[in-house]
Design a protein. Structure first.
Length: 213
């Protein structure tokens, strides 16, 4: 796919006379070169990962499905101050705790949000948005993989107590008991904690070259 897109763009540049070959290449050079390039396999060197495919997926998932910082690294948000854990690479990656005003924290967070129109991941083939539902269902059918039935939005597990949904998020005993905030019984339904949030309006601004924060 990459080969076709790349060579197609190259052919357009040559057709529009935005790219020219030296006269020494002779007439018909591009047609001969194009045939050679299409016959050549464009394969990136790859080898099995040392820790297995699960480790690779876990590593990539940290960057593709979250922005800037994970929830578990945020320790508290009290009186307009945010405490969070970070790695100090000047001290060999030692974990430290930093406290920032909520406005500065939000500004740093927004530095990691892609500008409008940018896409972090582009899907193609089996995962293209137009055919993903059909192709993945067919793949699961061929592989004999059962389809995971997730609960519908708004449903709750009848076995977990109702008071969990209205408990304060700052309750340390509850956080310790639940761990990841999912239902301890059905392990699928997300639990929502009611806690007032102070909204802060932060304007995205281009970082100054001398700003090392």
């Amino acid at each position: 796919m990459f080969r076709g897109k790349y060579l197609g763009g190259l052919a357009k540049l040559i057709h529009d006379k935005q790219l020219r070959f030296p006269d020494a290449c002779g007439e018909g050079y591009w047609e001969r070169l194009k045939s050679r390039l299409y016959r050549k396999p464009w394969m990136v060197y790859a080898k099995p990962p040392f820790g297995g495919p699960e480790q690779v997926l876990k590593y990539l998932g940290r960057y593709t499905h979250r922005v800037a910082i994970s929830d578990k690294r945020i320790l508290s948000h009290v009186n307009g101050m945010v405490r969070f854990v970070y790695k100090d690479y000047r001290q060999r990656g030692r974990r430290r705790v930093m406290t920032l005003p909520e406005r500065d924290f939000a500004r740093r967070f927004l530095d990691h949000v892609l500008p409008r129109g940018f896409v972090r991941i582009r899907y193609a083939g089996l995962l293209s948005h137009r055919k993903k539902a059909e192709s993945l269902s067919r793949c699961r059918e061929l592989l004999g993989t059962p389809v995971l039935q997730l609960p519908q939005p708004g449903t709750t597990c009848p076995t977990h107590p109702a008071e969990i949904e209205t408990a304060e998020a700052s309750d340390p005993s509850l956080d310790q008991a639940l761990g990841p905030r999912t239902c301890p019984e059905c392990n699928h339904v997300a639990l929502f904690f009611k806690e007032p949030i102070a909204w802060v309006v932060v304007t995205r601004a281009r970082r100054k070259w001398w700003d090392t924060s």
